[in-house]
Design a protein around this ligand. Structure first.
Ligand SMILES: Nc1ncnc2c1ncn2[C@@H]1O[C@H](COP(=O)(O)OP(=O)(O)O)[C@@H](O)[C@H]1O
Ligand SMILES: [Mg+2]
Length: 254
């Protein structure tokens, strides 16, 4: 569980694909308390920055990273960090719900089984808690053995959130988790984020400025691979320091 006083400190982070930098020399403190949103026009490097936090960029063969991400006394980018173990503490939800071709129950049990948890009572309890946190329990509690694909798109995304929460991560990364969903399904996910943020640090990429304004406590604005400005969401949206930020949030480009 998040130590709510802390920060995740990104220092001089550069991420390249081949020779081409996608983000350059980013310095950013992400507070463990609350929700941080990454905003900026398409291609500015939001997903690339997000994927650095759990080393998902390692999975892209052409991708290389330099700099540091300091968290709880460790540099997450150093060679002695095991990305697989890191991803238990820093889990991720993607734009498109990636449910597995198995039952609703087994989708949530997935990470727990990999960790070797076999006790049925304990599994059941964690699965119920995770589905509750994902605002899905009431809708699925009587159909846990059904195929996950029988769920609606919005339910599938909440199932992915339940799966991501089941291993009790400290940080949850969300990459445009509602961009494929209708307004009602989107609202449910925005609401559940307001609840889970009490126990997990949420970092969310969104192309929707209204969503960032509604749900985040802190906002970081990126443009062409550079961090332009970061701070409390209220301040970024009402009195940004940089002219470029003001132009973006008032919809003059992007
Ligand atoms: N797997 C990849 N291989 C090569 N270039 C990539 C890859 N992913 C992203 N990029 C490039 O990196 C830059 C930032 O992309 P991305 O992080 O996806 O931005 P955003 O999420 O803000 O739209 C873009 O120029 C994009 O084309
Ligand atoms: Mg992206």
């Amino acid at each position: 569980m998040a130590e709510k006083e802390g920060v995740i400190r990104v220092k001089d982070l550069t991420v390249k694909y081949g020779q081409k930098p996608a983000i350059s020399s980013v310095d950013l403190d992400v507070k463990e308390a609350g929700v941080t949103a990454f905003i900026g026009p398409s291609g500015c490097g939001k997903s690339t920055l997000l994927r650095a936090f759990n080393r998902m960029n390692d999975e892209i063969p052409t991708c290389s990273m330099s700099g540091q991400i300091e968290w709880r006394g460790k540099n997450l980018l150093s060679d002695d960090i095991d990305p697989v173990l890191l991803r238990r503490a820093v889990s991720m939800v993607f734009q498109k719900a990636n449910v597995f071709p198995t039952s609703i129950y087994e989708n949530v049990a997935f990470g727990l089984r990999i960790q070797g948890l076999k006790d049925k009572t304990e599994l059941d309890a964690i699965i119920e808690e995770s589905l509750n946190d994902a605002f899905l329990w009431d809708e699925v509690k009587d159909r846990m053995e059904e195929d996950a694909y029988s769920l609606s798109g919005g339910q599938q995304q909440r199932l992915c959130i339940a799966r991501a929460l089941a291993t009790k991560p400290s940080i949850l990364l969300m990459d445009e988790p509602t961009s494929a969903l209708d307004p009602i399904a989107t609202a449910k996910i925005e609401e559940l984020i307001q609840v889970i943020k009490e126990k997990v640090t949420v970092i969310i990429v969104t192309h929707s400025m209204s969503q960032a304004a509604r749900i985040s406590d802190q906002t970081a604005f990126l443009y062409l691979g550079e961090l332009i400005e970061a701070g409390p969401t209220k301040k970024i949206f009402s009195e940004p320091e940089k002219e470029l930020t003001g132009q973006y949030i008032t919809g003059r480009f992007g």
